[in-house]
Write a protein that binds this ligand. Structure first.
Ligand code: ZN
Ligand code: ZN
Length: 395
């Protein structure tokens, strides 16, 4: 038997003694960094993201974490049927299969959700946790009596350059668990025996993993196909999955990767526990020439040779329209000028950033003899070698 491994802690970069809060913070930081929507086409980021999700799913769960700490892996499936007093359970861990989750299809359990205006819901983010709780979260069939906070949901919203600057409002369809109206979240009813909604009374559930099928004993009812005094709508969970249109307001000045919290719009809690939160991460599309650098805007402006040489007042585009920029005499190619407070309003303070204009001197091709003559004359007036400084450094 191999000694317990603790890669989940390494994955999240936290010590084994980390408090739940610390784990959550580490998770959020990494989830943001490796989110597939922010790293399109990057397979290694996607893998990291899944690993981070998996690590968080176990380490953030007060029931799963102790098992992981003790055995070095978490697999409730490995203990199926090993209820209290049945001689199974943890003491058999030497022969437990170390379930490989990598082959599982963590696709969206709510197909079609989140396809409304403004973006899409990412499969890994919310789906991963939900599948775990659906299949492994409720062993032995009895609803867990203690209240538990609902999990947070992540949503990536793509907005264009102007929406990010001016702020925008959108309705997004979020698939979430909400409190069951039949039992008001208690999960109980006086109905006596009801048919288990998860296995529809068969006592077995099928999980597909790519081309493979797993028949598992239904974790909800423990294989009996019936639930005692459980709410017939939610089967004792106290919550049901539901797609809801959530109004999301993106404040002016949102940045690429800004994260917005919509309190209470994550999954409903279990047994009357509080709901989790919904996190909206904004993905801001690029503009053809306005380039955002935080609250500053950077642009490149072409200027003519004589504008650079003689100095000029030129018009440049800003997000407010045209602005005058003073070019001093003898401006250099690549020189940067600052237009104060012509940048983006900060989403928190409203304080505007600056616009940085980098000038690019354009040498125009002379179209006529007169221009050529003037340029030759200019060359005569400036016999010095423009590369003189370079030669002095060659040595
Ligand atoms: Zn119910
Ligand atoms: Zn069942």
């Amino acid at each position: 038997m191999s000694p317990p491994k603790h890669e989940y802690y390494e994955t999240l970069g936290v010590p084994r003694t980390a408090a739940t809060d610390e784990i959550r913070k580490a998770y959020r930081k990494l989830a943001r960094k490796y989110h597939p929507d922010l790293n399109p086409g990057d397979k290694s980021s996607e893998d990291r993201f899944k690993n981070v999700q998996e690590a968080y799913d176990v380490l953030s769960d007060p029931k799963k974490r102790p098992m992981y700490d003790q055995y070095g892996f978490y697999s409730e499936n490995g203990f199926t049927g090993a209820g209290p007093g049945q001689g199974g359970g943890p003491q058999r861990h030497g022969s437990q299969p170390n379930m490989d989750f990598s082959g599982f299809d963590f696709s969206d359990p709510f197909p079609g959700a989140g396809t409304g205006p403004g973006g899409r819901r990412t499969a890994e983010s919310a789906g991963f946790r939900d599948i775990f709780s659906q299949f492994f979260g409720n062993k032995g069939g009895a609803p867990q009596p203690q209240p538990e906070k609902g999990s947070d949901l992540e949503y990536v919203m793509t907005i264009d350059f102007w929406q990010a600057i001016k702020g925008t409002q959108a309705r997004v369809n979020i698939a979430r668990y909400e409190v069951c109206e039949t039992c008001h979240g208690s999960g109980a009813s006086g109905a006596g025996e009801v048919t288990c909604p998860q296995c529809k009374g068969t006592g077995q559930v099928t999980q597909m993993a790519g081309a493979m099928r797993f028949n598992l004993t239904c974790p909800r009812c423990g294989g009996s196909g019936k639930l005692n005094n459980a709410c017939p709508t939610c089967g004792g969970d106290g919550r049901v999955s539901h797609t809801e249109a959530v109004e999301v307001r993106i404040p002016p000045g949102a940045r690429n990767g800004s994260r917005l919290r919509v309190p209470g719009k994550g999954n409903a809690g279990l047994m009357g526990g509080p709901a989790g939160d919904l996190y909206i991460t904004t993905k801001v599309e690029e503009h053809p020439f306005f380039h955002r650098e935080g609250d500053d805007i950077e642009i490149q402006a072409p200027i003519a040779v004589w504008e650079a040489a003689l100095g000029a007042k030129i018009e440049v585009p800003t997000i407010d329209g045209r602005s005058l920029l003073k070019i001093p005499q003898g401006a250099k190619n690549g020189q940067k000028f600052r237009l104060r407070e012509k940048g983006v309003p900060n989403s928190r303070t409203g304080q505007r950033g600056d616009q940085i204009v980098e000038v690019a001197i354009q040498a125009t091709e002379p179209r006529d003899e007169r221009t050529k003559e003037l340029l030759r004359e200019m060359a005569k007036l400036h016999p010095e070698d423009p590369r003189a400084e370079m030669w002095s450094k060659v040595g």
